[in-house]
Ligand binder design. Structure first.
Ligand SMILES: [Zn+2]
Length: 63
């Protein structure tokens, strides 16, 4: 059998879901984003998107 050598794993990286910047996974409290800013922007975008969805007025509470 091959002796197990201590392998230094490269840091896990990921692309920020907001801006695409490569950032590290470990020690990143804002993952999957690169920064708190991107995280907030993304959350804001979601909220905005949700808010922008035209809701059809319903009179269902009469039923
Ligand atoms: Zn980012």
């Amino acid at each position: 059998m091959d002796s197990q050598e201590p392998i230094t794993k490269p840091p896990i990286t990921l692309a920020c879901r907001r801006c695409g910047k490569i950032t590290t996974w470990q020690g990143n409290e804002f993952r999957p984003f690169c920064s708190d800013r991107c995280k907030q922007i993304d959350l804001g975008a979601w909220a905005n998107e949700d808010y922008a969805i035209p809701t059809t007025p319903s009179n269902e509470d009469e039923e």
